[in-house]
Design a protein around this ligand. Structure first.
Ligand SMILES: Cc1ncc(COP(=O)(O)O)c(C=O)c1O
Length: 284
């Protein structure tokens, strides 16, 4: 395997990167993380990702014992050691190990782990995705708050499983009131009634960095965009839909629950945003 891992202060090979089975990240998903993409050896929007990482920790009562500078240095060191330029970067902070038991007070030796790996297979952007509205609900803000990016991804795993069982590539989850929330690991935008709409954060979704960048790009370019509650009917009448996330960037959705979105091909407005996003990356 190519790539490198930062573990306990050292750079190791991915196949040698092992931690305790008593680690709470393993036992309970009691960890927080970030996934970034590096372009030309530089992680995109690293500041925003680090801010969200600390924010996720706060939301679950895990005060990260590392400074931003420590974490930034670990990322840089791992990227450099990997020799990769365009790369997948994951930063994981686990609450650590300790005596078995759910009480977070039992945790000792929190771990900071950085993975730098070659990019995974990316979606076929010219083809687009088939997406399903799944019956698995997005977790409530009062359960595991979707705004905390924790290692507990079973909610998304179950959503993805249902989508795959139905022959789709991705899932879109609704909240308990039936409002559109987000995909398994991406935010949703839909062109409805002359503008882009994306669910507001208070529906209970992750505040995606890519989503934030797209909102800003649209405003700068005077492309109509709005954070607005979306219902399944809104997606059904949308002429374009896309998903967005750091590694996959902007991915057109062409089929929703077996029916074509718009023409059934990636739409022009999505293509325009993909171009603007590429221009922004090129200017980094
Ligand atoms: C649940 C969820 N929503 C949205 C996103 C997109 O976030 P970002 O644009 O910050 O990568 C992710 C990213 O993995 C995610 O896991």
């Amino acid at each position: 395997v190519s790539g490198k891992v930062y573990l306990q202060g050292n750079i190791v090979e991915p196949q040698d990167a092992k931690i305790s089975i008593f680690d709470r990240g393993f036992l309970y998903g009691d960890s927080v993380f970030e996934t970034l993409r590096a372009y030309k050896g530089k992680p995109f929007a690293q500041d925003e990702h680090l801010t969200r990482l600390f924010g996720s920790g706060e939301r679950v009562g895990f005060e990260l014992p590392w400074s931003r500078e420590n974490i930034a240095a670990a990322i840089e060191k791992t990227l450099h050691a990997s020799g990769l330029h365009d790369a997948y970067v994951r930063v994981i902070a686990t609450r650590g190990a300790g005596l078995l038991g759910l009480d977070p007070g039992l945790a000792t030796d929190p771990q900071l782990i950085v993975l730098v790996l070659p990019l995974p297979n990316l979606p076929a952007y010219d083809k687009g995705l088939r997406v399903r509205l799944v019956s698995v609900q997005r977790t409530s803000k009062r359960a595991v708050d979707p705004q905390a990016k924790t290692g507990n991804y079973l909610n998304s795993v179950l959503a993805m499983r249902e989508a795959k069982e139905q022959g789709a590539d991705e899932a879109i989850m609704l909240d308990r009131d039936g409002r559109v929330a987000e995909a398994s690991a991406a935010n949703v935008f839909a062109w409805v009634d002359d503008g882009w709409k994306t669910p507001p954060l208070d529906v209970g979704i992750l505040s995606g960095i890519t989503r934030q960048v797209i909102l800003r790009l649209c405003k700068e370019q005077h492309i109509p965009v709005e954070e607005k509650v979306l219902w399944p009917q809104d997606l059904q009448r949308a002429t374009e839909i896309f998903l967005c996330a750091s590694v996959r960037e902007i991915v057109p959705v062409v089929i929703l629950d077996g029916a074509s979105v718009g023409s059934g091909k990636p739409g022009e407005k999505t293509q325009q945003l993909r171009m603007l996003y590429q221009q922004l990356l090129a200017a980094q």
